[in-house]
Ligand binder design. Structure first.
Ligand code: ADP
Ligand code: MG
Ligand code: ZN
Length: 510
């Protein structure tokens, strides 16, 4: 008796769902975009966003475009159509897009990329069309596409067997719409957000589409304090709470994590039946949030922070005395973007198209500066230098096989065809057929180039050990050292005079 009953019940369920109602098949293509209009309660402005000053500065300009498009079009300037916000989750991309709409006082259409990708072929693309139609009627306005990577995945990467037809159609429609509207008379600016820019189809990033990219990164110490200040306004704080100290203890936290932290602390205070949130609540909340965060992103413990600090200062000290014109601009141990635990930023002081042998060797030594500092200070090596080693080895290999810089192997190109310039991140080509001995000689030369860079870095760091320790301590304290104060200190780096700097002749013997 039971099976038929179930069958009937299920059947009725489907009839009830499918029959009539606003959710019927006819409305399926209509855009589900949520519209926020100016004046709505809880309007977001730039005051609600902190710790991402560079991104904010870029977006202030977008607000100007929306407010006074004539100022730009009268000059004959084209207003940008697409701006891509790139950054890890929870750094405030959605919040900033809303703030742009709030500041400009224009409607804000928001839709998430994953909502586009639906069951039936053709739905996604008609939804894109609807969205743009609606937006054009309300121009000037903002369309915000969250999780752009869900539709914008590179068509090439979607696999050998043609990939996902539906997504491709949706993407094509999006490209058509973006090309279609003329920024001259209707100001519709498309903002989009992604945390995986590398997967996006290159067609999306072409001029006239998302040709502006704004990096929304995790906040540094000052930024975290500012964000805590914003969110702490919503809770009753005890006077004893020191937000700066909390900011110091939360490197790697994104804005959303900090907002969550403040809320956790308030919940803990409520559990204690306290009328105010105390420092101890924050301390406990940090532990809870960190435990949850560790899987999501990198929050360094104190020991790791120390290692990263020495590692980065190692790069900076060696980089400061190497030939060539790149200047060390910034050292940071705020886990940055999606790859690095810390970073040392070297900026060229002029455009360079040629590098000589000495400079390339200097680059190899600089790349090894991080690992050498770890060896020198901690006597052991971590996994943190793998990318440095990769780059140093690639560079050494290019010196030997592409630029003919090895005395042993001579001015021969061991690769077929012209390898694109390494300064532009070229890909390796296939090797020419070579003898076993030559292959061995190449390996040896590459190894000796990298190893001598390593020795050179070690020598410099040994000579400047006091400065290394001093700078690392400063870095642990401040998380970021940059600009003139950094340059001033790096001037003190001494180049060892005892002939430890490796001469060309030694290269093949090290
Ligand atoms: P994303 O879109 O980058 O993943 P959201 O904009 O959705 O991040 O951020 C979620 C919440 O976290 C925001 O609503 C806000 O409360 C908080 N938040 C994130 N970043 C910031 C920031 N830079 N300043 C202030 N609050 C922030
Ligand atoms: Mg978001
Ligand atoms: Zn490094």
């Amino acid at each position: 008796m039971i099976p038929p009953l179930i069958f009937i019940a299920v059947w009725r369920f489907f009839i009830a769902r499918g029959g009539g109602g606003p959710q019927g098949a006819l409305s399926i293509g209509k855009s589900k975009a949520k519209v926020y209009v100016e004046g709505e309660a809880g309007k977001v402005t730039f005051n609600d966003v902190a710790g991402v000053d560079e991104a904010k500065a870029e977006l202030v300009e977008i607000v100007d475009f929306l407010k006074t498009p004539k100022r730009f079009t009268d000059l004959g300037a084209k207003i940008p159509k697409g701006v891509l916000l790139v950054g890890p989750p929870g750094t405030g991309k959605t919040l900033m897009a809303k703030a742009v709409a709030g500041e400009a006082g224009v409607p804000f259409f928001s839709i998430s990329g994953s909502e586009f990708v639906e069951l039936f072929v053709g739905v996604g693309s008609s939804r894109v069309r609807d969205l743009f139609d609606q937006a054009k009627k309300q121009a000037p306005c903002i369309i915000f596409i969250d999780e752009l990577d869900a539709i914008g995945k590179s068509r090439a990467s979607s696999g050998f067997y043609g990939g996902n037809d539906e997504r491709e159609q949706t993407l094509n429609q999006l490209l058509t719409e973006m090309d279609g509207f003329d920024a001259g008379d209707t100001t519709v600016i498309v903002l989009a957000a992604t945390n995986r820019p590398e997967t996006l189809d290159p067609a999306l990033l072409r001029p006239g589409r998302f040709d502006r990219q704004v990096l929304v990164d995790r906040p540094d110490l000052k930024g975290r304090e500012a964000i805590l200040n914003i969110h702490a306004k919503d809770v009753k704080l005890s006077e004893a709470v020191d937000l700066k100290q909390i900011a110091t203890r939360t490197p790697g936290f994104a804005g959303a994590d900090l907002a969550n932290l403040v809320n956790e602390a308030a919940l803990l205070a409520a559990r204690r039946n306290s009328s105010k949130v105390e420092q101890q609540d924050f301390a406990e909340a940090i532990e809870r949030v960190v435990a949850g965060l560790e899987k999501k992103s990198r929050v360094l413990n104190d020991k790791e922070k120390e290692i990263v600090a020495y590692h980065e200062v190692g790069h900076a000290l060696v980089g400061a005395v190497m030939p060539g014109s790149d200047q060390v601009e910034k050292i940071s141990i705020v886990p940055r973007g999606m790859a690095a635990l810390g970073y040392t930023l070297q900026l060229p002081t002029e455009d360079r198209f040629l590098r000589d042998e000495a400079e390339l060797k200097g680059q190899i030594a600089t790349l090894l500066g991080g690992r050498s500092a770890e060896e020198l200070i901690f006597g052991s090596i971590t996994t943190g230098a793998s990318n440095d080693l990769q780059r140093a080895t690639d560079l050494a290999e290019q010196m030997v096989t592409t630029y003919g810089m090895s005395k042993v192997l001579g001015p021969l190109a061991y690769e077929r065809g012209q390898r694109s310039n390494f300064l532009e991140g070229g890909m390796p080509n296939a090797r020419r057929p070579i003898s076993e001995e030559t292959a061995k000689a190449i390996d040896e030369e590459v190894k000796s180039l990298v190893e001598s860079g390593h020795q050179r870095a070690l020598a410099i760091l040994q000579e400047n050990r006091a400065l290394l320790e001093d700078l690392a301590k400063q870095l642990l304290e401040a998380e970021v050292i940059e600009g003139p104060p950094l340059r001033e200190q790096l001037k003190q780096v001494q180049v060892p005079a005892d002939g430890h700097v490796v001469k060309d002749a030694e290269l093949t013997t090290v």
